[in-house]
Design a protein around this ligand. Sequence first.
Ligand code: DGY
Length: 319
Amino acid sequence: MKVFISGNIAQVGLKQLEENHIEITQWQEDRQISADELTEACQDQDALVSVGPNKIDSKFLNACKHLKVIALHSVGFDQVDVEEARKLSIPVGNTPGVLSGATADTAFLLMLAVSRKAFYLHKKIIKGDWQNYEPTPELGIELNGKILGVLGLGKIGLEMAKKCAGAFQMPVIYHNRSRNEDAEQEVDAKYVSFDELLEQSDVISVHTALTEETKDKFSMEAFKKMKPKSIFINTARGGIHNEKDLIQALEEKIIWGAGLDVTNPEPMKKDNPLLNMDNVAVLPHIGSATEETRDAMAKLIAENIIAGLEGEKLPYPIW
Ligand code: DGY
């Protein structure tokens, strides 16, 4: 059996595949594989490990109907046409659970970095602009006791809520499509409407999937309902905020700051105005990029591929 892997995954996953006598072909170039190249590369393969944002859409799926399984190197699956995969009986799996801690760490890091303008001040030192000690320049804001609003209180959102409640005694409010009563108990979170989340939060952290419903959910209309001193954090998907509106909201001081691990588009262009704002911190989609988490993701991927090639139910299925 043969698998094509469209990027780098941790050695532990490759080893697991090899031990199961699965022949591996990996994309070797230092750029994202194009849609046509991916289709071409999969023609003589039995399975695909999809690394990165490649669209697993109807066109791809119909051109690669022969695939016995597709394993995503992500928990998010907005890039997949799930209905079409189901219609064509191609099982698709993802990597749930194992990246919740690392992704929440990234959200927490961004929140703290934004609140103290850390990335901007670091850049100032590099530019030689640290002249002397001044008591009142570039003041940050404190997080202690501030209200955390979580959009999407699932596994990752809950990890973020626990960190904020533990470290800064932040009361937690949240908005989901449906209530998460276990999480409510664990962090004493209060369910609110989306408008209440916007109006009451000091920090909003986004942990929901990108869907038709959440696309552009944070547009100017939403930013205008947020507190002028509030911080917006997105480690989920760039499409959930409207980047043009976010830039305007920050420039016009409608909100106070923003921390992004996801942008729209990705990669972010180096002349994006967000990169020069003092109260903004941007990372290049590294939410789950720790050694421990990448190892754990690679193991789940290998398990999905092995099960799929054996015609068994995937252990971590999307459908
Ligand atoms: C995920 O797992 O969805 C991460 O964002 C990587 O794409």
